[in-house]
Design a binder for this molecule. Structure first.
Ligand SMILES: Cc1cc2nc3c(=O)[nH]c(=O)nc-3n(C[C@H](O)[C@H](O)[C@H](O)COP(=O)(O)OP(=O)(O)OC[C@H]3O[C@@H](n4cnc5c(N)ncnc54)[C@H](O)[C@@H]3O)c2cc1C
Length: 290
């Protein structure tokens, strides 16, 4: 299908891009990898008068550790995350996540900033960022502000970003020693969105008890689900089989999925429980050095 008419802009600086957003407050859209936005426009599920392509703006694509955070530029492509040595070695939850998003063709274009800014609860990065306790940097005409990820997803396809803001950076706290994470996703076929998926990031204390647990669920409600009761339950406990069974049940209770072609509500809740147990087991093993 052919999208409605729009003016295409290719600003060379962030300031220029922001100016275009300010000038067209109700009628401009940021274009990053285009993997969600372009299908929406082509199917005429959305329209815009101005597409502001941020692809030519320098310094929006990077992955580096700095000041206690892994900093990822908002326009960093999934393929870059998937193949980053740093991510594969120290951020295994993120590596697990990037490699199950869509297929290699999509991952060569799609960006992590677009994945989060789209506000789709079926996207994979939101749950992972909830598990990490990440922060999202939004840059607007008045400067940059940091949004804790738990305040970022405000509704179905809605985020805390203002229309004149660009998501410029994601900040993931550098995991302390004895940390491990895992993302486990059930999909109907390779490249599909999740029927259900669970993201877990854990830090163990010197005695093996859980010091910090982060758990997020994908496609489990109108917004990405933060399984806080399960996190609290685990804190201070040894992550043995009983604790994992109990925490997984609590995580599934936080889910409120809707029925669709991927399954019934009951099936999706059961999968949220099973996948959280698997992700917890894998995260514990990794935190213990596996
Ligand atoms: C065949 C296919 C399969 C897919 N499978 C999966 C999957 O399994 N898991 C998954 O998570 N996703 C999947 N996706 C979706 C896709 O990977 C993400 O939604 C995509 O990463 C969005 O990023 P983008 O850079 O392409 O964003 P775009 O499509 O360019 O933009 C998406 C939205 O975010 C806004 N936006 C983008 N970047 C910024 C920014 N920096 N600041 C402010 N607003 C911004 C845009 O205005 C738009 O509203 C799939 C897509 C396709 C086409």
């Amino acid at each position: 299908m052919i999208p409605g008419a729009f003016d295409y802009h290719s600003p060379k600086t962030l300031a220029e891009a922001l100016e275009l957003l300010v000038k067209n407050p109700d009628d401009a859209k940021v274009l990053s990898g285009g993997q969600s936005l372009l299908p929406l426009l082509k199917l005429r599920l959305g329209s815009t008068g101005h597409l502001v392509d941020i692809g030519k703006i320098p310094d929006l694509e990077y992955i580096r550790e700095d000041g206690g955070f892994l900093r990822i530029g908002g326009r960093t492509r999934e393929a870059a995350i998937e193949h980053s040595e740093l991510v594969r070695k120290r951020y295994r939850l993120l590596a697990d996540t990037a490699e199950v998003i869509a297929d290699p063709l999509v991952r060569n274009l799609a960006t992590i900033g677009g994945n989060l800014a789209h506000g789709d609860p079926a996207n994979d990065h939101p749950a992972t960022m909830l598990a990490y306790g990440a922060r999202i940097v939004a840059t607007g005409p008045k400067g940059a502000r940091e949004i804790p990820v738990e305040k970022f997803f405000t509704g179905l396809f809605e985020t805390a970003l203002a229309p004149d803001e660009i998501l410029t950076e994601i900040r993931i706290p550098v995991p302390p020693p004895r940390s491990g994470g895992a993302y486990v996703k059930l999909e109907r076929k390779v490249g599909d969105f999740a029927t259900a998926a669970s993201a877990v990031q854990l830090t163990l204390g010197p005695g093996g008890e859980v010091e910090r647990a982060g758990i997020g669920l994908t496609n489990a409600g109108p917004t990405p689900v933060h399984a806080t009761a399960a996190e609290e339950f685990l804190r201070g406990k040894r992550p043995d089989a009983n604790a994992i069974v109990e925490a997984s049940k609590l995580a599934a209770q936080a889910a409120s999925p809707s029925a669709d072609r991927r399954g019934t509500v009951e099936y999706k809740k059961a999968m949220a429980r099973v996948l959280t147990a698997r992700a917890l087991n894998r995260a514990v093993a990794r935190a213990q050095g596996a």
